[in-house]
Design a protein around this ligand. Sequence first.
Ligand code: AMP
Length: 286
Amino acid sequence: MLIKTIEEVRALVREWKKQGCSIGFVPTMGALHEGHLSLLKQAVAENDRVIASVFVNPTQFGPNEDYASYPRDIQTDYSLCQSAGVDAVFHPEPEELYLPNRATTVHVTGLTDVLCGAKRPGHFDGVCLVLSKLFSIVNPDRAYFGQKDAQQVAVVRRMVRDLNFGVDVIASPIVREAGGLARSSRNAYLSAEEKAAALVLNRSLSRALQAMQSGERSADLIRRQVADQIAAEPLARIDYVEVVDFEDLRPVQGPMTRPVLVAVAVFFGTTRLIDNVVFGPELEVR
Ligand code: AMP
């Protein structure tokens, strides 16, 4: 079922809840790939009913970012959702979600000052605004997010906790292409040369993980090694390379004693890619 209006989603969810069904929700911007499909399949396996949203959210793009050119193909996305077993796809027009005189913002402090939040001012305000709206429209039991956007997971968890949305935020591992490149809708922008060059991200992060697994605990050394390996790739332009605390996203000072997130954002041509790896004595997400 392809749904365009908030009213129809509310009516459907009311019906499902009346039947006592648990509801899983997977928010996406479309151009669906294997990364999205793994979230959809997990949601289908863990819930009685699943709703996905396909919405290129204008409020999370900066003025010089790719909102206008972001790939859009709702028919293909809808078929993929159907074959994954999704019950309903919410695909609103921007005007359905955003009223011209809206006056409310949603801002998570602290966690959004670093990494992509520092590089993309306002991005997480847009993410939090749209997810607040979608959570209150869909009212799901569980919402599924990719660990590829590790900062997004941390920010959304905090927002859900602080605002009592009553949604279980579930993070799924990064899905990669055969060569190791993290799947992303933006990979479609890469030339063949840029795509080959972008393999350096996974290569350098995998080496960092191996080093940490072998006992390396200097965050500074890990950060420098990853940055040096990426900088050696002529087509790569580093936006950031950071080693931060997995939970509060603060830069790690001194030796690692708690789980860490090694996160990178790198331009290949005009395309900005992100990737990360998590390491912790009792926690490892890849
Ligand atoms: P997007 O459509 O880019 O907003 O992504 C929608 C959801 O899919 C987000 O929770 C992403 O983190 C997740 N996602 C995107 N790419 C991947 C990937 N390669 N592996 C796992 N999850 C992903």
